[in-house]
Design a protein around this ligand. Sequence first.
Ligand SMILES: Cc1cc2nc3c(=O)[nH]c(=O)nc-3n(C[C@H](O)[C@H](O)[C@H](O)COP(=O)(O)OP(=O)(O)OC[C@H]3O[C@@H](n4cnc5c(N)ncnc54)[C@H](O)[C@@H]3O)c2cc1C
Length: 326
Amino acid sequence: MTKVLVLAEVKNGKLRNVSFEVLTVAAQIANGGEIAACVFGCDAEKYGPELGKYGAQKVYVLENEELNHYTPDGYKQALLTIIEEMQPDVVLTGHTSIGKDIFPLAAARLNAAVISDAIQVEVGGSIVFTRPIYSGKAYQKKEVTEGLVMATIRPNNIDAVENQASGETIKLLTEIKDLRTVVREVVQKASGKVDLSEAKVIISGGRGVKGAEGFKTLQALADVLGGAVGASRGACDAEYCDYSLQIGQTGKVVTPDLYIACGISGAIQHLAGMSSSKVIVAINKDPEANIFHIADYGIVGDLFEVVPLLTEEFKKLIAENQAVTN
Ligand SMILES: Cc1cc2nc3c(=O)[nH]c(=O)nc-3n(C[C@H](O)[C@H](O)[C@H](O)COP(=O)(O)OP(=O)(O)OC[C@H]3O[C@@H](n4cnc5c(N)ncnc54)[C@H](O)[C@@H]3O)c2cc1C
């Protein structure tokens, strides 16, 4: 029987959706075995029931004010405590900034294997994780044969399934000591109403957007569709928007249901971050632009004409749908 532990993540007082997706993967791997989650911070206990709903039979809670904000050494101590308590075979978390940072650290201490950015898991005689390599040009399959394995799962790639179970909450006490990093203040960006890495719809702008003002046109469409705005590195380098919006090889990797690329040429480094999107729409005035090779729908035209038209049309459609449901 496989024992699986999930490190859950909280952002702005809410569990991140990727934690539920990871619990769904955990259920697949556990295959009738034990599934537990762990969550850290002063008010961590309140997240227990929701994690239970998504399949965590046990929720390990480590309430300590040193864990209210992520620090690599604080989280490492906390995670190692839970692993020692539960003795899992597999530990999972989201392929987020925290997951990417903490798993290699903890794995090095435990001499465990790390598999990062898994997009698919097959469970038969063994567990096989699939992950993209070479900027998404090829896929690698990693089979777990023995020992503890720690894997990060790409967000927004696997549907989270609720199973209505309720988990038992287990509170653990441990001293978090000798922290080399102290968080003094967290300054939130004013923009970004929807978390880019978990957004279902992303309207992304490139150098073709021509300035910060142009990004307001994209934001208007994102607002109508309840999505987030992203960007190419070209747009970030040109200071049209903040680097936190950058998608690609050296930016964020996203997997939304709908990705609308506006004025983006489609360089391989950009595609590395968005080519797994479920539906890709490209708007570009150059019919030869590389982005059209991976787009499901292409619009050859000026984004400053096309995007406002789309915004108006979606507004009308949404209003019509609301009128029908009322
Ligand atoms: C090591 C390395 C890492 C990198 N990492 C990343 C990364 O993570 N993410 C990333 O994005 N890039 C990355 N890059 C940069 C990448 O190679 C490209 O330079 C960058 O993606 C280009 O951005 P762009 O498509 O916005 O600009 P451009 O290539 O200049 O394309 C602009 C496009 O806009 C179109 N356009 C212009 N005006 C309009 C209009 N009015 N309407 C419609 N279309 C219009 C043009 O036809 C053109 O296709 C990296 C590069 C290196 C070397």
